[in-house]
Design a protein around this ligand. Sequence first.
Ligand SMILES: CC(C)(COP(=O)(O)OP(=O)(O)OC[C@H]1O[C@@H](n2cnc3c(N)ncnc32)[C@H](O)[C@@H]1OP(=O)(O)O)[C@@H](O)C(=O)NCCC(=O)NCCS
Length: 152
Amino acid sequence: MSEYSEMALPNDANPLGDLLGGHVMHLVDMAGALAAMRHARRPVVTAAVDHMTFLHPVRIGQLLVLRSSVNRAFRTSMEVGVRVEVEDLTTGEIRHTSSAYLTFVALDDEGKPAPVPPVIPETPEQKRRYEEAGRRRTYRLEMKEKARLKQT
Ligand SMILES: CC(C)(COP(=O)(O)OP(=O)(O)OC[C@H]1O[C@@H](n2cnc3c(N)ncnc32)[C@H](O)[C@@H]1OP(=O)(O)O)[C@@H](O)C(=O)NCCC(=O)NCCS
């Protein structure tokens, strides 16, 4: 489990004065890459991001806490789950604001996909995530194929 925290600052606000959704997406990518690189011990690139939902606005001054873990490793790719919580530092209230699944691919010294170690799930929660990651991968690769066919 990796953790990444950042305070929402005015530079990253939208015209309404809350945090830009795109900034949260950037942090999700960073937090996901952190977990993937720790697992692979190699540079990684983002191959896919599944859909994201924003459940609450993030106010400037609140603390974003992102937790990420590798659900499953395939050959050169890994599915990482990222959960975003927001802490109001003045009240201590913590709210879940977003979750996402991302796929990262590890690269070798030539920039080609490189094999990664397997994830061995132990707890019932890890086993559930592992199984679900396999189903999501099938769907993702189908979507990739459809997008490829549209381009040809
Ligand atoms: C990701 C990337 C390295 C894959 O390259 P590729 O030529 O398709 O390589 P492969 O076909 O060998 O696929 C490598 C792995 O990526 C996985 N993959 C590729 N595209 C995927 C997608 N859209 N969703 C899920 N997995 C994907 C493959 O299933 C394979 O996984 P596996 O080895 O665990 O079975 C390449 O597409 C790339 O460099 N993309 C740009 C990445 C980037 O710059 N990201 C930042 C965005 S600005």
